[in-house]
Design a protein around this ligand. Structure first.
Ligand SMILES: [Zn+2]
Length: 317
């Protein structure tokens, strides 16, 4: 009997990726389109439908029993609608119903991209084997998701674990979300870069003022660049410690572009965590880099749709 499959969609502001995923996390067929993010909602949906049509043309499509979607947020899984900040044509867009129609009436599960990344890390990555985990995506924004008591905790609308908008600085700078001093307002890539620039860091001849350029300067020993990452690390540590105190975590997994900075982020993050996570039941919490890689969005969407439920995952490659 052929293995049952899940069709996965990973929808972001830059690309729409799709795949047929087996129960062990193997990716059998792929399809991809750029996201026409500045076009109207129907044009964006056509790109999603093209990805699905390409997957449906594969002979294995007949074995697909469900569709999982990980989308840029906010999402509302309870209502099946999405309003991604970086896809203005979609506001309360009925993505679940449209994907259901485009995939022959198969059941559709929707989660936010932070929750999808968490599902992937729990299934195939650094949170594997951990029953209580917080996974963070630190890039332009800061997202996240939770595994509690061994299960993905999505929350009613699919946004639980969104640590980027936990405030860690009561009188801090206003955040795009309307609050103040959010983790994202301090640890998001553009905010790391801005802080470095404000304190006198200057880019090299290529004029690159990204967080990656600040990370390179930090690795070269630039004290202002190091301090910008130190500040981001403290914000992340405070958010992680608060989450651990609330729900009892045994691991925090940090991925995303900013996490690519490596030691200049993780060393102060671990140090700060010892400062903020002090009670006996949070003291042993560890922080590790994410492992699921560039396919995390697809694997997570598949996992959220029940991909791994019927068969134990094979050891990670
Ligand atoms: Zn915020």
């Amino acid at each position: 009997m052929p293995t049952e499959l899940v069709a996965a969609l990973d929808i972001g502001g830059t690309k729409i990726a799709g795949a047929l995923v087996d129960r062990r996390g193997g990716i059998l067929v792929r399809a991809r389109r750029p996201t026409p993010a500045r076009e109207d909602g129907e044009t964006v949906m056509r790109a999603v439908e093209e990805v699905l049509a390409e997957l449906a043309a594969a002979p294995r499509w007949a074995s697909v029993r469900a569709v999982g979607i990980g989308s840029a947020g906010p999402v509302d899984a309870a209502r099946g609608v999405v309003s991604p900040v970086n896809i203005p044509g979609w506001r309360d867009y009925p993505l679940v119903e449209r994907v259901r129609r485009a995939s022959g009436g198969r059941p559709v599960t929707l989660v936010g991209d932070g929750v999808a990344m968490t599902a992937a890390e729990h299934w195939r990555g650094a949170a594997r084997g951990h029953d209580n985990a917080l996974c963070l995506v630190v890039s332009t924004g800061v997202g996240g998701g939770l595994v509690l008591d061994g299960k993905l905790h999505t929350g009613p609308t699919g946004n639980a674990g969104h640590i980027g908008h936990v405030s860690v600085d009561l009188d801090g700078d206003p955040c795009a979300c309307g609050s103040r001093g959010c983790v994202e307002r301090i640890a998001g890539g553009p905010h790391i870069a801005r802080r470095a620039l404000d304190n006198g860091w200057r880019p090299g001849p290529d004029g690159d003022v990204s967080a990656a350029a600040v990370a390179a300067a930090a690795h070269a020993g630039d004290p202002v660049a190091l301090a910008a990452f130190e500040r981001a690390a403290r914000a992340l540590a405070a958010g992680i410690a608060a989450t651990a105190a609330l729900v009892e975590l045994d691991i925090a997994v940090v991925g995303g572009g900013v996490a690519g900075a490596g030691g200049v982020l993780f060393a102060p993050l671990r140090r700060s965590l010892r400062e903020y996570a002090t009670l006996s039941f949070v003291r042993d919490l560890t922080v590790v880099p994410a492992l699921a890689g560039t396919d995390a969005g697809l694997l997570g969407a598949a996992a959220a749709a029940g991909g791994p439920d019927r068969e134990p995952a094979a050891p990670a490659a």
